[in-house]
Design a protein around this ligand. Structure first.
Ligand code: FES
Length: 159
């Protein structure tokens, strides 16, 4: 430092260093806490999964109304963590089946034009009323899921 350069007062330099040190300590502490929380959260979630309501575990589930799924339509939705296809036939009958294809496990969809359940993977076809195999490689029908219609509400699952 030459004699011509202005000198900083000693107190300000100390205050700036303490501020930086404090900030670095804060960042270091924050990163440690973030890492610990990031590591522990999935472990705790795995060990103690969130509890579910009775309706979501084995009980019947309201999946919509007959207006939501009008005659001739169907929808695939998760029920108790499994895909279920709910079919409302053109003649007004409501059925539900597991949407997991019995061939290799693809999720089935609704073929609205031809009114059957279609597995898009290998063109497996299932009857909309019975879940029986109509064509393709599936070795077994789609398992039925209990269905109840009450006052226009469609419930699936349960006993
Ligand atoms: S997985 Fe469905 S027909 Fe092959």
């Amino acid at each position: 430092m030459t004699e011509l350069e202005p000198r900083e007062p000693q107190g300000e330099v100390e205050a700036t260093n303490i501020g930086r040190r404090g900030f670095v300590r804060y960042l270091f502490g924050f990163s440690i806490v973030s890492t610990v929380v990031g590591v522990l959260t999935p472990v705790v979630s795995y060990l103690w999964p969130p509890s579910r309501s009775a309706q979501a575990v084995g009980g019947r589930v309201l999946v919509g109304t007959t207006a939501d799924i009008p005659p001739g339509k169907a929808t695939v939705l998760p029920v108790n963590d499994k895909p279920v296809i709910v079919v409302h036939t053109r003649d007004g009958q409501v059925r539900a089946f597991s949407a997991i294809c019995t061939h290799l496990g693809c999720v089935c969809e609704w073929e609205e034009k031809r009114q059957f359940i279609l597995c898009p993977c290998h063109d497996g076809r299932f009857n909309a009323l019975t879940g029986a195999v109509m064509a393709g490689p599936p070795p077994a029908p789609l398992p039925p899921v209990a269905t109840v219609v009450e006052g226009g509400n469609i419930y699936v699952g349960g006993a």
